[in-house]
Design a protein. Structure first.
Length: 255
């Protein structure tokens, strides 16, 4: 086509499908797609055979450099490795959590205040910071656990400092000492645990797990294809069909 736009009826390549999949992962990480939509579109992507089938998958997603129905899906770096957009200032969207004979959760997209206070008595709480924004570059999570427990989940790259005190209980120090990435927030966990405990986990988000899963899947396919090509190459030590046929005819003449 004269304007450089791919013919919609042309067959799409594996590279084209993978570029669309990368943009879907970015949209999931930015909150533009939920997990159900992401999985549905990803399945459609890998089943697509032409550009016409690929173009609608990302048509409603604001991806720089892509104008529908063109499938020029060059991946553009996203600021996922930069924390500047997640240090938002201002007040937190939630400043406390209480669990008395019950439980509480703070997870998903929320803003962590400069100081978050939590209390658990015969109960438990989960404070998940993986998708959270931060009111300041340094925040304090204060945990009081009495015959109960709390768990703080931080994403990779965040520096963790634990200053809590435990009596017949304890605070998890396993994530201390891990260097933070440049610009990442610092999370200080303080408080008191009596017959209880405060755990600290470092985990990636569901979107990142999905991205890594798809990356491993693609690498596996590439290794399988490379192995298949190597096995079919005569220089790799395998005989071609004509070589085997000639060998058999030579044996027949010898007999």
């Amino acid at each position: 086509m004269t304007d450089g736009t791919p013919d919609p009826d042309l067959r799409a390549s594996d590279a084209d499908r993978e570029r669309v999949a990368e943009h879907l992962r970015d949209a999931l990480a930015e909150g533009r797609l939920d997990m159900a939509e992401f999985e549905e579109r990803l399945e459609t992507t890998y089943q697509a055979r032409t550009y016409a089938e690929l173009a609608p998958i990302t048509r409603d997603l604001p991806v720089a450099g892509v104008v529908a129905p063109v499938v020029d899906m060059t991946k553009h770096p996203q600021p996922s490795g930069s924390w500047g957009g997640r240090i938002v200032g201002g007040e937190g969207s939630s400043t406390w959590g209480v669990a008395v004979l019950s439980g509480f959760q703070r997870k998903g997209r929320w803003t962590v205040p400069k100081r978050f206070n939590s209390f658990a008595f015969w109960g438990g709480g989960e404070i998940d910071l993986r998708e959270a924004d931060f009111a300041d570059r340094e925040v304090v999570i204060n945990c009081i656990a009495i015959m109960g427990g709390m768990n703080v989940v931080v994403p990779p790259g965040v520096e963790v400092v634990v200053r809590g005190i435990g009596i017949m209980g304890g605070f998890d120090h396993s994530q201390e000492g891990v260097p933070g990435t440049p610009g990442a927030p610092r999370v200080i966990i303080t408080g008191f645990a009596f017959w209880g405990g405060v755990g600290v986990d470092r985990k990636v988000t569901r979107a990142e797990r999905q991205r890594l899963k798809e990356q491993r899947r693609q690498e596996k396919l590439e290794r399988r294809e490379a192995k298949r090509e190597l096995e079919n190459t005569p220089e790799a030590g395998g005989d071609t069909f004509s070589d085997l046929h000639e060998t058999q005819r030579q044996r027949d003449r010898d007999y």
